[in-house]
Ligand binder design. Structure first.
Ligand code: GP9
Ligand code: MN
Length: 407
């Protein structure tokens, strides 16, 4: 009911972090191209396998971008779709099941809607069956004007592998579609090749497999390298088409690719035991924002996918004060270094809470639990408020226009 809404509203208001003066509006009017990069964890960045660089393109691109180096995925069983949910709504996904399936009829106040209100042509691009993850239904609720799905792409046996269309042709054909879009546009794109079980064609193998008891991890490096190459070509094609200079390119890793089932192989690769601390740190994913004319820099505050909506909207000059959201602008001086995982683990500036222990980042060992104590409740409260919004469909009672007036 609406009194519950008031409580949630107050909680969200208290979290609001004011935009960074230097960066507010720097992307105003530009296209927004946001790529959900399948199963890409941050540990592959600036790293090698068999002496070969795994992500040569991303490593360079990060240097020219706002590059967030302590950024975590916060997904649950809804995997890619949970990442989409987080980034659009700045709400947490559910602890069980996929909110894309269970609450696709809810009212939302998404980033796509806000951009559309500001004249953007909001759309999603993913060369898969449109009903996968119930996207065809949920995308209407999120407010995409158009979903370019597998029917919009030329998919052949030759340009497919594993789950479907390969990333290189996907990006190539997507640029063709973008040229025809009304401007400015917001395209949310989802890659597919680097997906478990990480099968690839010999012709797409640019580095050698790793050598461990996990074929999954061994192949993972090869398919990550392929996706890295596809992103490189995508940027080149955007340059050739003239879209690059007018577009902000955002890349985020959707969730882990290597599960805990591969801990033995992973510890061989990392050269250290995969403790619950290391496991939590492996949930770091890439997050970078490339804005033409804005110098690249590293931003090290601890954050996660929940923070994407306010971070991006503020760059585009759209304030989020009064919005019901649980993330904070990562560029704000008031951003609190904190990321809650959906399963109750969390990360702070100095500590990691995992396996019911408080781990000191400096020593990578468990320490006095009192250091984590205050955050346990904080994480639980956030998740609980977010759940109440979803279960109660509370955004039905939220009027963004009256909220704007009040603040
Ligand atoms: C399917 C793709 C993969 O369309 O988004 O989903 P995932 O299994 O990673 O959630
Ligand atoms: Mn995924």
């Amino acid at each position: 009911n609406s009194s519950e809404m008031t409580e949630v509203d107050n909680f969200a208001d208290a979290k609001y972090a004011a935009p960074n003066d230097e960066l507010f509006g720097v992307a105003k009017g530009k296209n927004l191209i946001m790529v959900s990069v399948e199963s890409t964890q941050a540990f592959v960045l600036n790293n090698k396998v068999n002496g070969q660089e795994i992500t040569p393109f991303l490593n360079d691109f990060a240097e020219e971008s706002l590059n967030y180096t302590n950024f975590y995925h916060q997904t649950g069983q809804g995997k890619t779709s949970d990442a989409e949910f987080l980034t659009e709504n700045s709400l947490y996904p559910l602890s069980r099941g996929a909110v894309f399936f269970t609450h696709s009829g809810n009212e939302f106040n998404s980033m796509a809607e806000k951009l559309a209100e500001n004249g953007y042509y909001a759309n999603a691009m993913h060369a898969n069956n449109k009903s996968f993850w119930n996207r065809d239904i949920m995308y209407d609720s999120i407010g995409y004007e158009r979903f370019y799905d597998e029917e919009d792409y030329e998919i052949t046996e030759d340009n497919s592998v594993n789950w479907g269309m390969k990333d290189i042709p996907f990006f190539e054909q997507s640029v063709g579609l973008m040229k025809e879009m009304p401007k400015p546009f917001y395209s949310k794109m989802i890659t597919l090749t680097n997906h478990h079980p990480f099968y690839y064609d010999e012709e797409d193998k640019m580095i050698d497999e790793y050598n461990s008891n996990s074929g999954t991890l061994n192949r993972y490096f090869v398919t990550v390298r392929y996706t890295d190459e596809s992103l490189k070509r995508f940027v080149e094609e955007l340059k050739e088409s003239g879209l690059y200079e007018n577009s902000v390119i955002v890349l985020y890793g959707d969730h882990y690719g290597i599960s805990e089932n591969h801990n033995e192989a992973m510890s061989q690769y990392l050269g250290k035991e995969v403790t619950p601390f290391v496991s939590a740190q492996l949930q770091k994913v890439p997050f970078m924002i490339h804005i033409p004319g804005v110098d690249g820099r590293e931003i090290s505050t601890v954050g996660g996918q929940i923070d994407i909506r306010p971070t991006l909207l503020h760059l585009f000059g759209i304030d989020t004060k009064g919005d019901i959201q649980f993330g904070q602008d990562l560029n704000s001086e008031d951003h609190e270094s904190f990321a809650a995982f959906r399963d109750g683990r969390f990360i702070t500036e100095d500590y990691v809470y995992a396996d019911s222990k408080c781990w000191d980042k400096a020593t990578e060992q468990p320490t006095d639990s009192s250091y984590c104590e205050p955050y346990i409740e904080k994480a639980a409260t956030e998740l609980n408020y977010s759940d109440r919004i979803i279960y109660g469909d509370l955004l039905r009672f939220y009027d963004p226009d009256s909220a704007k007036k009040e603040h």
